[in-house]
Design a protein around this ligand. Structure first.
Ligand SMILES: Nc1ncnc2c1ncn2[C@@H]1O[C@H](COP(=O)(O)OP(=O)(O)OP(=O)(O)O)[C@@H](O)[C@H]1O
Length: 659
């Protein structure tokens, strides 16, 4: 498991600077090599081929035709000028020749225009398709990445850069590549025509664009380095944007009056970004201006040399005029080529981010196909045993689990209790195959579990911080078993088991109601109602191993009591691991593990643990006493001295939490 080494250099917002990496191997500091340029082009051409080969061929064919047309145009121009200069002396046939040449010019120009129009339409569709093709690859890789990678800031930088690149760069590279093909072909055609007239000037023409090309290359390298340095700052800024403009934090930000503070931080981040960009741009704008002047001076010298040869009688005037036109065309093409190559160069670095990110399990630090959440029909186990599991979160100072051993038999209800931060959820995540242990092993019917994906497929987890999908109720439940069409009856049964049937019935469009006010006709639920849907999702998943991490934290006392009273019936035939702070909920479990500071300190049945009179017994009595006192007080305060209904029996059967 990869651990990110970072300095603890943090800013006022509490975020570490991306430039502060210890290892000094910041990829963004590197220059784009010719090899990377070729790889980027090959990557895009492959993507374009896979996305829409018919359009790709069409666009290239049009470029080829346009280029040939351009070469012919130059030669026709020379003939037209030659005819024009001789019209006075040669009478009607010369005039006819001039008119024919002009007609030829018009036809060529018009055909070129039509072809370009058709081609630009194809180009537009092609770029959108390439865009989708590449973005799909990035999203697929992100969804398949191991959960542990999301703890690693370097992974977020890579992901962010890949998303940025796949959003913005394919269009640039496809357009630039097509432009490059066009520029190269037309350059070849015009050069051929030019060479017929003044071949010896060709090398000087190429020379005129060199300073501009070099300045552009320096700028793109600097731009990419800057982009790398700004990556983490941009993530912080985007996070602040989500807070300020999103629904999730809206009420708390208003309640706290936090808006201006967050806005100031956002302004600060943007100011840093703008200052760095302005500094880089102004330096390179100066360099580019000087390079441009140098290039133009070379170009003017070439034109002057040509006219000197006309004066000295080495070249005819019509040829010189056509050659000057061709020279202008050539210079524009070379400049265009430089411009598009520069664009490809700039994109090459970004496209490398995409290639690296989408490459399975290589440079991404472990992106692997088996990390997919795709549901496959699981087989159950007779026994799941964890032996001396040790685990530290990436970048954490100490282990969250230390030599933890637990045992779960098929059909058992196992409970884990312990103070905040004692490692309960971490243990659950390892048992569900979401993280791989650093030490120890997981045994499934006595054999080591080779692939965490097997555990994931066999598990249904209701997390403490379950996700609330802003989609329909049906989706929220049926996502428990992705990949197959939602089964309406099973969805309804899962909702009923989770006590969500009544909630759904009260919604305007039942199971088709979208659960967010951000969308037309949407509705929202209370936290407890959302929790019932999360439970329904677990029922629907129908996996042999169910993990309930504080599944009733937001449920009302009746719903909570119902769930735990009927847990064995509801999850019949399945193994259930329950994490809870309410000891009354776990007392009926087959075995209870008590955790403290990442270790299992006690285990046994409720009776055994009470008899051993350890931490469990102490905390159980604490909760029971607190309830008893409250119950007695209420009983005394209630009219007629009676205790309120539903809160008295069972000692610790109501809401009481660990201190
Ligand atoms: N994603 C994470 N990255 C780094 N450290 C983490 C992460 N999640 C938890 N920890 C740390 O690991 C330890 C165990 O956390 P865990 O969530 O397993 O505790 P818990 O017993 O479930 O706590 P609670 O009762 O509050 O839910 C804690 O010290 C916590 O700070």
């Amino acid at each position: 498991m990869r651990r990110d080494a970072r300095e603890n250099r943090t800013d006022a917002a509490g975020h570490t600077s991306a430039a502060a990496r210890e290892d000094g191997t910041d990829e963004s500091e590197r220059r784009v090599t010719a090899r990377e340029l070729i790889q980027a082009c090959a990557f895009i051409v492959r993507a374009a081929w896979q996305a829409d080969r018919r359009r790709l061929c069409g666009v290239v064919a049009v470029q080829l035709l346009t280029a040939v047309g351009m070469g012919v145009l130059v030669l026709v121009l020379r003939d037209t000028l030659g005819t024009a200069f001789s019209v006075g002396g040669k009478g009607r046939s010369a005039e006819d020749g001039l008119i024919a040449s002009l007609c030829g010019l018009v036809v060529l120009a018009s055909a070129g225009g039509v072809l370009r129009t058709v081609s630009s339409g194809w180009q537009r569709v092609l770029t959108v398709k390439v865009d989708r093709h590449i973005m799909a690859g990035v999203l697929r890789s992100a969804a398949r990445s191991e959960l542990a990678l999301f703890e690693d800031p370097a992974f977020h930088d890579r992901l962010k850069r890949a998303v940025f690149a796949s959003r913005s760069q394919p269009v640039v590279v496809v357009t630039a590549l097509i432009g490059a093909v066009q520029a190269l072909l037309s350059m070849a055609a015009v050069s051929a025509a030019f060479a017929v007239m003044a071949w010896w000037l060709l090398p000087f023409t190429a020379l005129s664009v060199l300073p501009v090309l070099k300045a552009a290359r320096d700028e793109r390298n600097a731009d990419y380095r800057l982009h790398g340095r700004l990556a983490e700052g941009r993530r912080v800024r985007e996070y602040l944007e989500q807070l300020l403009a999103g629904q999730d934090a809206a009420k708390e930000i208003r309640a706290l009056g936090l808006g201006d503070t967050l806005q100031d931080r956002w302004e600060g981040r943007y100011a840093e970004e703008i200052a760095s960009t302005t500094d880089m741009q102004s330096r390179h704008t100066r360099r580019k201006a000087v390079a441009r002047l140098l290039g133009d001076a070379v170009f003017v010298s070439v034109v002057a040399a040509m006219w000197w040869t006309v004066r000295s009688g080495g070249v005819q005037l019509p040829t010189a005029l056509a050659a000057t036109g061709a020279l202008l065309m050539l210079a524009t093409r070379v400049q265009m080529l430089g411009y598009v190559l520069n664009n490809i160069g700039a994109s090459a670095a970004y496209m490398k981010d995409v290639r690296v990110f989408t490459a399975d399990g290589t440079d991404t630090g472990g992106t692997r196909p088996d990390a997919s959440s795709a549901f496959c029909h699981p087989s159950g186990f007779r026994q799941l045993r964890a032996e001396k599991l040790t685990f530290s979160y990436p970048g954490s100072a100490g282990p969250a689990l230390r030599e933890v051993s637990v045992e779960l038999g098929a059909g058992e209800v196992i409970a884990v209790v312990g103070a905040n931060g004692s490692g309960k959820s971490t243990l659950a995540k390892l048992l569900a195959g979401l993280y791989e242990p650093d030490g120890g092993r997981l045994l499934w019917d006595g054999r080591s579990v080779p692939r965490p994906a097997e555990l994931r497929a066999a598990s249904a987890v209701v997390f403490q911080d379950f996700v609330r999908f802003k989609m329909t109720v049906r989706d929220n439940i049926a996502f428990g078993r992705p990949g197959s069409p939602a089964d309406p009856e099973a969805v309804a049964a899962a909702a009923a088991d989770a006590g969500a049937g009544g909630v759904v019935a009260a919604l305007p469009r039942g199971y088709e109601t979208v659960l967010s006010k951000e969308f037309t006709g949407g509705a929202d639920l209370s936290l407890g109602q959302w929790q019932r849907l999360a439970l329904a999702r677990a029922f629907y998943r129908d996996a042999p191993f169910v993990i309930l991490d504080e599944p009733t934290a937001s449920l009302d006392p009746q719903a909570e009591a119902d769930l735990f009273r009927h847990i064995r019936r509801l999850f019949a035939g399945r193994t259930v691991l329950v994490i809870s702070h309410r000891f009354s909920n776990v007392r009926a479990a087959d075995r209870i593990y008590v955790m403290d500071s990442g270790r299992v300190t006690e285990h046994g049945s409720h009776e055994e643990l009470m008899a051993s009179d350890g931490t469990y017994a102490r905390l159980f009595r604490l909760q029971a006493d607190a309830y008893q006192e409250r119950g007695d007080r209420r009983a005394r305060e209630a009219p007629g001295g009676e205790a309120p209904r539903g809160e008295t029996s069972g000692g610790a059967a109501a809401v009481a939490t660990l201190p």
